[in-house]
Unconditional design. Structure first.
Length: 93
């Protein structure tokens, strides 16, 4: 029974570390997206380029940035798929 408990404790510790890492990545991504949004809003407020940024580029940049960031950090239950997804993400950039 003790070896089983030790193994379960190890697995729980590993899962905790993963969740803690994901939380840090989410906070980082949230910060990055907030910064991008603030920049886009500032550019849209400028008279000389406001129409171009807000009218055409802003939605495109927001969508592309969010899609890129969220695709890199999707949580998939099967470890082999996580590795494969990360491998694809790294190889396409």
């Amino acid at each position: 029974m003790n070896p089983l408990l030790a193994k379960l404790a190890t697995l729980m510790g590993d899962e905790y570390k993963k969740l803690k890492g994901v939380r840090k990545e989410i906070v980082f991504l949230n910060s990055e997206l907030s910064t991008m949004n603030a920049l886009l809003e500032e550019l849209a407020d400028r008279d000389e380029i406001g129409g171009t940024i807000s009218g055409r580029w802003s939605p495109i940049l927001r969508t592309a940035s969010m899609t890129s960031c969220t695709a890199q950090y999707q949580i998939i239950k099967e470890p082999s798929q996580v590795f494969f997804t990360r491998l694809l993400t790294v190889s396409t950039h």
